[in-house]
Design a protein around this ligand. Structure first.
Ligand SMILES: O=C(O)c1cc(=O)[nH]c(=O)n1[C@@H]1O[C@H](COP(=O)(O)O)[C@@H](O)[C@H]1O
Length: 278
């Protein structure tokens, strides 16, 4: 049986460090790489990123929207990127932020978390804002297929606060409630559970939240959104050892040269290592 996502992620983080590189082929990045904003450009971009980094980076996070905007051929490029990255030993978190009523959520789960699906990924980002319980089919399928989820809890964008910091009748914020659901999901798992939270690295002091969910914390916001690796201990406190920091544009803007991409990823990885161990 495949080891759980939490187990595989912990090994990958121990072996390669926790950096996650986002594959976000923005039209502006394609242009700055000298590529056309079309399927050929998309393919060249994603292959270059995967080939340059798949043997050193623990996790890739392709952003599905940048592939889907090119239609079915863009989705074919995404399938290839996922397969190549996984074949080279990296884990893939599909950033598709899916969320729907339970019966439709089951179809999203089949799309990304069924081992026979063309887009099968090690984990998927999901939105719990139709109610955490609506994610149940994805939780269930992830458990049987050895995959994981990253649930949007406290997102990196300033607009997220109006929902995630809203206070419920029981006095808890919505974000804290999502973290509590995840802690329950991961209870008793070792070395950690497979049900992670997305918590932005941009959010400053989060000591009022219990980030101890016994699962991974995907932390976007380093680089283009203004956070730095040095912010991680202040934002995450003791939970920093479970943080998977994501950098997309901060690495990608160094392409298309493979050595420059590797250099940028190594620099972020080193800054993260220092911040987490220091
Ligand atoms: O789920 C995500 O990955 C995500 C959640 C969040 O709160 N903030 C956030 O920026 N992201 C994603 O993380 C990536 C950040 O990209 P950069 O700002 O270029 O590093 C994008 O793919 C975003 O969609």
């Amino acid at each position: 049986m495949t080891p759980s996502f939490g187990t595989r992620l912990r090994s990958a983080m121990d072996e390669r460090g926790p950096l996650c590189v986002g594959i976000d082929p923005h039209a502006s990045l394609l242009a700055s790489w000298g590529l056309d904003d079309d399927v050929a450009g998309l393919e060249r971009f994603s292959r270059t990123v995967v080939e340059a980094l798949a043997d050193t980076v623990a996790v890739f996070k392709p952003q599905a929207a940048f592939f889907e905007r090119h239609g079915s051929r863009g989705v074919a490029v995404l399938e290839r990127a996922v397969a190549d990255a996984r074949a080279a030993g990296a884990l893939v978190v599909m950033d598709a932020k899916r969320g729907d009523i339970g019966s439709t959520m089951a179809a999203y789960a089949e799309t990304f978390l069924h081992p026979d699906a063309p887009l099968f990924s090690d984990a998927l980002t999901v939105s719990p804002y139709l109610g955490y319980g609506s994610l149940a089919p994805a939780v269930e399928l992830a458990r049987t297929s050895g995959a994981g989820l990253f649930v949007l809890a406290l997102t990196s964008n300033p607009e997220g606060a109006e929902v995630q910091r809203a206070v419920r009748e029981d006095g808890r914020t919505i974000g804290a409630t999502m973290l509590a659901h995840l802690a329950a999901e991961n209870a008793g798992e070792s070395p950690m559970g497979s049900f992670g939270a997305v918590v932005g690295a941009t959010l400053g002091d989060l000591s009022s939240f219990d980030l101890d969910i016994n699962g991974p914390l995907l932390a976007p916001g380093i680089g283009a959104q203004g956070a730095t690796a040095a912010d991680l201990p202040r934002v995450f406190g003791a939970a920093v050892h479970n943080v998977v920091p994501n950098v997309s544009r901060g690495v990608l803007r160094h392409g298309p040269d493979a050595a420059a991409l590797r250099g940028a990823a190594e620099q972020f990885a080193e800054e993260i290592r220092k911040a987490v161990s220091g």
